[in-house]
Design a protein around this ligand. Structure first.
Ligand code: E4P
Length: 219
């Protein structure tokens, strides 16, 4: 499973890219606004911190506007992935952009049929929004399972499932169990993945016992 960082915060990306565990980054207009930076400069900086795909989202709502914006975003860096919303216009733009060889992440997916449409349009990634579905009282994880089952029924569909709107470590584990290809994860959740109280307790005991021997590993 690939891990993308779901943030436009340069400091977070720099810190976590240093772990070697980050395969890409996703941004959206809200994350760009929260970062306080200029879109083009922010995407350029992020693309320099990872060789993996960096999703940058169009804001036009018509297909021709999305195509123009997407092609402009692709000039920022080779690893930009164009993000388009799951609308008819977005699907038309996806078809054109992927037909020209551009990677496209289709975002704001809330149903299996939407994911099927995006795959037929040639999307590189489909982004089902788990947390926002959970917020409505439904189970976002069921959507991941449905999309996985549908895509597996039709091996010609090559779209990768990018689990998005992840809010917890449980979302990451369940996405992996259900076979999502990628999880895009906020820094807070990614850092929490490593935490376990028994790891901390066990390490403290090992270190105390080791100290009592008076030895050191390096000569
Ligand atoms: C990433 O591609 C999505 O835009 C993001 O995961 C949305 O997350 P949110 O629902 O927490 O805003």
């Amino acid at each position: 499973m690939q891990f993308f960082l779901d943030t436009a915060n340069i400091d977070e990306i720099r810190e976590l890219a240093a772990t070697g565990l980050i395969d890409g980054v996703t941004t959206n207009p809200s994350l760009i606004a929260r970062s306080g930076g200029d879109l083009v400069q922010t995407i350029k900086q992020i693309c320099a911190l990872t060789s993996g795909p960096v999703s940058a989202e169009v804001t036009a709502t018509d297909a021709s506007g999305m195509i123009a914006e997407g092609e402009f975003l692709r000039t920022i860096a080779d690893n930009v992935c164009i993000k388009v919303p799951l609308t008819w216009e977005g699907l038309k733009a996806t078809n054109v952009l992927t037909g020209k060889g551009h990677p496209v992440n289709v975002t704001l997916c809330f149903s299996a049929n939407q994911a099927l449409l995006a795959a037929k349009a040639g999307a590189t990634y489909i982004s089902p929004f788990i947390g926002r579905i959970d917020d409505t009282g439904a189970n976002g994880m069921e959507l991941i399972g449905e999309i996985r089952a549908i895509y597996d029924n039709y091996p010609a569909l090559e779209t990768q499932i990018l689990a998005a709107s992840i809010r917890s470590v449980l979302h990451v584990k369940e996405s992996a169990l259900l076979g999502a290809d990628v999880a895009t994860i906020p820094a807070r959740v990614l850092k929490a993945l490593v935490q376990h109280p028994l790891t901390d307790k066990g390490l403290a005991a090992f270190l105390a016992d080791w100290k009592s021997t008076g030895q050191s590993i390096l000569p």
